[in-house]
Design a binder for this molecule. Structure first.
Ligand code: SF4
Ligand code: SF4
Length: 605
């Protein structure tokens, strides 16, 4: 992070500078840090500028101009999502900042940092990455301005955008530039996007030679979406298939140019995941910080076992970012990390009397460790993976779990349970929990695994996300029917009793989802009342960029193209939320006044 540290490492000059909107916590859950360690591991001297001031270039210049490129990320969250609530109110907190206070990063951080980097290092190749860039890689709806925005590269004026998980792409960028190539040579790297001219046929003019025979998908253009909002849904669906099947290059015409998307990068193998997670992370915030960083505290003893999720839920950004292919670490690698955690806790004095408590061994959904597609395995392909030249997966399903769990979806949950037991048995480990939560429909597939999750690794509360109870809303979310959750609940209660433990399910619920009406919310409230549940984990749907649900919200149609009701104004959204969470709502009168004001402002109701 500074010259002194460079000197200590014997570095005269950086090869790569990464700029991030999060504080620097040397933990693999922080994407930029993970990539920095990966680049260093492959011989590229990489520096990190965390949460720079954005009214001057001083912070970017601390380590000098890097030799190859600057990589820019808004941080672990889209900066607008980090800054505003579901009702567009400014947040005061930011878990990724010292002291947990908001205000350490700008709105639209990717654009601001890119601008800053251009001023600090004129002519240096700039590469965007992270969730903000990834989910805004094509035309997208921006909830905070209620407008369709162009692909982020158009405004950031960077040379390349890395989407999805970036290890392969960023390393390839460094290698190409290290060979003396210019920024133009970055086009064509799997898992990236770049801007090109349109030729006379309306196709990208300078496609890399490797693309000559590859299928090229023309996505709906920006103007087409403005004219016909449903096209945003078509574009998002096409992108989802591109990520899942890994079989095509795609381009979106926008303002006389083409935004070109290479197929996804090949997901990391187990050996590569092990290599990545065995890098020497200190799991601590940088010593220069004087205040605690809430996310660092939260993640200190959590272990990532895998990435990717087969769920394909329509509101989740994972389908377009990590994809549905699951990359798992080996058990040995995870056990090594648990041992290291136990050792570190012992030396730092944080270890309790009986050892360290490991808060999680999981991923987006804990019980998908080692999950995979039997058909891919048989065909020797990787779903969502591509060598850049052609198809890999033939599967056209939108989810491995919806409408029912696919027969080909192999979920060896007992292996996960054995892994948890092995971690719990390590010297210096007091207990193990699965804080990332489990998918109920998968847990029901294996009663023994469910009994183990319930009896051994729950810790009093288990997070499960039924999200709603109305069948039409669940279908729009691509979530399993309510009966699945209720069966799960019965088993959970029975097995908790059998284990002699008083435990609860924490149900995650969502209001104001596109297609959800006030009546649906009343049905949900009634369902909760019947169970004497007082919901605490209710999220009002936020149309974050790039998801299928957001496209439905934007165009007011379901995936089949039929009209659906959408609670669009803050007041209508608040009203739905208020049905479930009366204490958080404002009086109906005020909401009505807001509706009128907003309808006028946004031209919609
Ligand atoms: S199960 Fe969870 S992580 Fe997976 S797609 Fe659905 S919401 Fe996302
Ligand atoms: S065939 Fe089934 S398990 Fe395989 S990717 Fe498709 S939905 Fe998932």
């Amino acid at each position: 992070m500074c010259r002194e540290e460079m000197r200590a490492l014997g570095w005269e000059r950086l090869d790569v500078l990464l700029i991030t909107g999060d504080a620097y916590v040397d933990h693999p859950s922080f994407g930029c840090v993970l990539l920095a360690r990966w680049l260093i591991h492959h011989g590229f001297r990489t520096g990190l500028v965390a949460q720079p001031r954005w009214d001057r270039t001083d912070d970017l210049l601390v380590m000098g101009r890097p030799r190859l490129f600057a990589g820019i990320s808004a941080g672990a969250l889209d900066s607008l999502l980090a800054h505003y609530t579901a009702f567009r109110k400014k947040r005061r907190d930011d878990a990724y900042t010292p002291g947990g206070r908001a205000g350490a990063r700008p709105n639209r951080a990717c654009l601001v940092y890119a601008n800053l980097a251009r001023q600090a290092f004129p002519g240096l190749p700039l590469v965007l990455g992270g969730i903000e860039a990834s989910l805004r890689r094509v035309s997208h709806y921006d909830f905070w301005t209620d407008a369709l925005r162009r692909p982020i590269l158009m405004d950031a004026k960077a040379d390349l955008l890395v989407w999805g998980m970036g290890e392969r792409a960023i390393l390839e960028c460094a290698r190409r530039l290290d060979k003396g190539a210019g920024a133009d040579a970055l086009a064509g790297i799997p898992g990236t996007a770049w801007l090109d001219r349109l030729d006379a046929r309306g196709h990208p003019a300078r496609l890399p030679a490797s693309l000559a025979n590859a299928p090229l998908v023309a996505l709906p253009g920006h103007q087409q979406i403005l004219d016909e909002p449903e096209q945003l849904l078509r574009l998002t669906q096409a992108l989802e298939q591109q990520v899942h099947r890994g079989d095509a290059w795609a381009f979106e015409p926008v303002d006389g140019r083409a935004l070109v998307l290479a197929p996804p990068a090949v997901p990391l193998s187990t050996a590569e995941m092990d290599e990545l997670y065995s890098l020497p992370f200190r799991r601590e915030a940088h010593p220069s910080y004087r205040e605690a960083i809430p996310a660092a505290e939260m993640l200190r003893t959590s272990i990532t076992s895998h990435r990717g999720c087969g769920g394909g839920c329509s509101f989740c950004s994972l389908a377009l970012h990590q994809g549905r292919h699951i990359s798992s670490r080996s058990a040995e690698s995870i056990l090594d990390e648990a041992r290291a955690l136990a050792r570190a806790a012992m030396t730092s004095g944080r270890r309790g009397k009986d050892g360290v408590a490991i808060s999680d061994v999981g991923g987006p959904t804990a019980n998908m460790w080692q999950a995979h597609c039997a058909l891919e395995e048989a065909a020797g392909t990787e779903c969502g993976a591509s060598d850049g030249m052609g198809r890999k997966s033939r599967c056209r399903r939108l989810s491995c779990c919806f409408p029912t769990v696919c027969k080909a979806f192999v979920t060896p949950q007992r292996n996960h349970v054995e892994l948890l037991r092995a971690v719990a048995a390590l010297p210096g480990v007091k207990q193990v929990r699965v804080a990332s939560g489990v998918r109920a429909d998968l847990a029901l597939r294996d009663p023994e695994a469910l009994a183990a999750y319930t009896g051994e690794f729950t810790g009093g509360q288990l997070k499960v996300a039924p999200e709603h109870c109305a069948p039409s809303v669940l279908a729009l979310m691509r979530k399993p029917p309510l009966a699945t959750f209720e069966t799960f609940l019965e088993s959970f209660v029975r097995q908790s009793r059998a284990a002699g433990r008083e435990q609860y399910v924490i149900p995650y619920l969502m209001s104001a989802f596109p297609g959800c009406t006030d009546e649906d919310m009343r049905t949900l409230a009634h369902w909760l009342r019947q169970r004497h549940w007082n919901p605490r984990q209710t999220q009002c749907f936020i149309p974050t960029p790039g998801t299928i649900a957001t496209a439905m919200y934007y165009c007011g149609k379901n995936e089949a193209g039929e009209d659906i009701a959408v609670a669009r104004t803050d007041a209508a959204r608040l009203r739905q939320h208020h049905i479930l969470m009366p204490s958080t709502g404002r009086p109906e009168k005020r909401a009505a006044a807001q509706t009128a004001k907003q309808s006028k402002k946004h031209g919609r109701s």
